[in-house]
Ligand binder design. Structure first.
Ligand code: SAM
Ligand code: SF4
Ligand code: SF4
Length: 332
């Protein structure tokens, strides 16, 4: 995985330290639309939605100035459905190397032209969802032909050599035995790899959680195999501590001490602040500190271990150490 240049790394560390002290978020996830091209079994989005109240590209400047995040996720719904997505990214980056900006997408609408335009506008990392290493992906996502599209476009864009594409796989009871095969797929396509964990909180459905000792044993075997393939190229983006915490999350059916609202938050498509994508208490932009005192201070939800949490539940020294050595061009 490509490292962030030195000057930007130092600025990210500086801004992160200030935000930590000032109780501003480190990571902000902009859900730029609620609409989606897919109908995934594990998700509460899916299909068309009312888009008339979506923020306009220029509106994102106000959010960036107030929140000053170090890392931004541009997500949804399906962010590539926005015809003005390049303009949104350009506004978020504002001609600067920071924030480190990740586009989280299913890539059903990705083309080479869009990829290059989004890179030029400032996307640092393209996170592409994959649930199965074959056309079971289409069935799980309710989108015929999606796996064939990814099989064509992923290796083609990876071959351009920018080393900024990460295959992102959400572990469920349906695909737990495919964890290692998904790593093979990432290698075959020439892209990096990241795992996240299913949460039943999104849909209320516990069937896709790992509910039996056999499923947990399969997870451990599969992740042990993945760990053996870790090397210095950092193609496995999750740290070992994060994958260990993912195992614990499934074993304990939850992970306490969530910092949603404080260390990270979501901006909804129509511009409200939410603690996370699965907690729907909304606040206006000016009231982030009220969200911290009202929501975060009393939050006892332990119902996910998605990547945004796995970065940010750590202590500040651990967060710096892991990210500094893994992503930033500064010695830890
Ligand atoms: C909500 S989607 C939005 C971006 C884009 N549509 C995509 O699928 O990548 C972001 C990520 O959330 C994951 N996801 C969806 N439902 C989930 C759930 N119930 N628990 C954990 N992750 C989930 C998806 O697999 C995807 O990787
Ligand atoms: S996981 Fe992503 S692609 Fe699937 S329905 Fe949800 S938002 Fe859409
Ligand atoms: S554990 Fe935190 S991030 Fe996850 S659903 Fe609960 S409040 Fe949201």
């Amino acid at each position: 995985m490509r490292k962030v240049p030195l000057a930007d790394s130092l600025r990210i560390i500086g801004r992160g330290s200030l935000n930590w002290i000032a109780e501003r978020p480190i990571v902000v996830s902009f859900e730029v639309t609620d609409a989606c091209t897919c109908y995934c079994k594990h998700c509460d989005h899916g299909g068309p939605r009312d888009e008339s109240r979506n923020l306009k590209p220029a509106d994102y400047r106000r959010y960036m100035e107030a929140l000053k995040p170090c890392v931004v996720q541009v997500s949804g719904g399906e962010p590539l459905m926005r015809p003005d997505i390049v303009e949104i990214v350009r506004t978020i980056k504002n001609g600067s190397g920071i924030p480190y900006t990740i586009l989280v997408s299913n890539w059903s609408e990705m083309t080479e032209e869009k990829y290059l335009a989004l890179r030029e506008a400032g996307i640092d990392q393209f996170s592409v969802s994959l649930d199965f290493p074959d056309d079971r992906h289409d069935a799980f996502r309710g989108y015929p032909g999606l796996f064939d599209h990814l099989s064509d476009i992923m290796p083609r864009l990876a071959a351009l050599g920018h080393d900024d594409i990460v295959l992102n796989s959400c572990i469920t009871s349906e695909n737990v035995s495919e964890v290692s095969a998904i790593a093979d797929m990432a290698r075959a396509w020439g892209v990096n790899l990241c795992y996240s964990a299913y949460s039943a909180r999104r849909t209320g459905c516990r069937d896709y959680f790992l509910n039996t000792p056999e499923q947990i044993a399969t997870l451990n075997e599969q992740l042990d195999g993945v760990e053996r393939r870790r090397d210095n190229s950092r193609w496995i983006v999750n740290s070992t501590t994060t994958l260990d915490a993912t195992r614990q999350y499934f074993e304990n059916a939850g992970t306490p001490a969530c910092k949603a609202g404080l260390r990270f938050l979501v901006v909804t498509a129509d511009g409200m602040l939410q603690p996370c994508s699965m907690q729907f208490k909304k606040y206006p932009l000016e009231h982030q500190s009220r969200m911290v005192s009202e929501f975060t201070a009393t939050n006892d939800c332990d119902q996910c271990y998605v990547s945004i949490r796995s970065y940010l539940d750590k202590s500040f020294p651990q967060l710096l150490r892991e990210n500094v050595s893994e992503f930033l061009s500064v010695k830890a």
